[in-house]
Design a protein around this ligand. Structure first.
Ligand code: BYC
Length: 333
């Protein structure tokens, strides 16, 4: 991607003034694109910001499995079922890499998961909308994964090493997801009038929530300024949202369906698309837990966690048994 920044691996000579504070030295590293690693000194607020963002991101991947998992048993062909199953498994993997990255900052996985299950932690607003038809699976791949890539490619060059490295693999997989979603939309749009109408209906329902994924407008984004200074965020919410609109308009044209925004139009002066106002009341309502599926999502996650307890306990007991056996063998050798 053209807008990737590079963090350098080469040795960097820090300011030699003895009076420079740890915080200034840290910022100097960031300004010089030196990646921060788990054992490096970091301000407590940087650590907290990363734990907040990475754990929310992990939760989004895990909850994000639910709307699509709902369609695995109803996929219209074996090929579609295999593709969807692989995609949903990828999301589980992304959640695990991200929980792992948050653990390098001292966050306990059990606490993060408890916070998700109790409703204390946030996850992406997009996963609180229902998947009503098979076309929604196409629209999620095309738009939701498309928005995810737009937001996540810059994270591959964020300042925190373990997060940046996890994102490289996540982005490769997300781009496969985006293509399989677009291909589902393409098949529907080239199908019968009824199939094309399903694709249009899915676009109508997923368009605005996809724009909301990028977060509040820059003027309302309380974390952006500091996160940009720390190079956790490399572009603002509005910049990425605009890139997403500019990418999606020609794609909708290829599909032959209409973005549900009468105000969308090319602006020759700014060389980008103008678009209509986002319903921020709806966004905050969903973020606060009152979207169409928030309660259902948390109920499903809690149930899965409870039902998986015996598996976790058995795995822990087995790991302890193996550890014990190894120790006994070492003693008797
Ligand atoms: N939904 O100051 P701001 C995926 C919250 S996974 C809910 O701009 P920040 C995928 C925000 O947390 C998609 N809440 O925040 C998975 C903050 O509240 P707190 C997830 C949102 O962090 C499976 C408050 O609003 N992607 O793509 O600077 C299948 C103020 O916002 C949302 C990531 O997590 C939202 N949409 O910027 C398919 C990427 N937006 O924490 C696909 C990593 C904002 O103060 N995260 N809020 O209580 C980020 O890039 C940034 O955290 C965000 C928000 C751009 C999302």
């Amino acid at each position: 991607m053209a807008f990737l920044f590079k963090f350098v691996q080469t040795p960097f000579v820090m300011s030699d003034s003895k009076n420079i504070s740890l915080e200034d030295r840290f910022q100097e590293k960031i300004d010089n694109n030196i990646q921060i690693e788990p054992k490096d000194w970091m301000p407590e607020a940087y650590r907290k910001t990363l734990i907040r963002q990475i754990s929310q991101h992990a939760h989004s991947e895990i909850v994000g499995m639910l709307p699509e998992g709902n369609w695995i048993s109803r996929a219209p062909s074996l090929r579609r079922k295999v593709g969807l199953m692989a995609k949903v498994q990828d999301e589980a993997g992304h959640g695990l890499y991200l929980y792992g990255a948050a653990e390098t900052l001292g966050a306990a996985r059990a606490t993060m998961i408890d916070d998700l299950h109790s409703g204390k932690a946030k996850y992406s607003s997009i996963f609180n909308y229902p998947t009503l038809t098979w076309a929604d699976i196409g629209a999620i791949g095309w738009l939701v994964d498309g928005a995810a890539i737009m937001n996540q490619v810059p994270l591959c060059s964020c300042s925190y090493g373990p997060y940046a490295r996890a994102m490289v693999r996540v982005c490769k997989e997300e781009s496969f997801h985006q293509r399989q979603g677009f291909e589902i939309m393409m098949s529907l749009c080239n199908g019968t009038p009824e199939q094309k109408a399903l694709a249009q209906d899915a676009l109508n329902r997923w368009w605005w929530p996809s724009l909301m994924m990028f977060g509040p407008n820059d003027s309302e984004s309380k974390h952006s300024a500091q996160s940009m200074k720390w190079k956790i965020k490399r572009f603002s919410n509005d910049e990425l949202r605009q890139r997403f609109v500019d990418m999606s308009v020609p794609q909708a044209k290829i599909l032959g369906i209409t973005i549900p925004d009468p105000e969308i139009k090319w602006n020759e002066a700014t060389k980008q698309h103008d678009f209509g106002a986002i319903d921020w009341e709806e966004f905050w309502n969903v973020v606060k837990g009152n979207g169409p599926c928030n309660k259902q999502r948390l109920k499903t996650r809690n149930k899965a966690h409870d039902e998986g307890r015996w598996v976790r306990e058995a795995a822990t007991a087995y790991a302890e048994k193996r550890h014990q056996r190894k120790q006994n063998q070492a003693k008797s050798a």
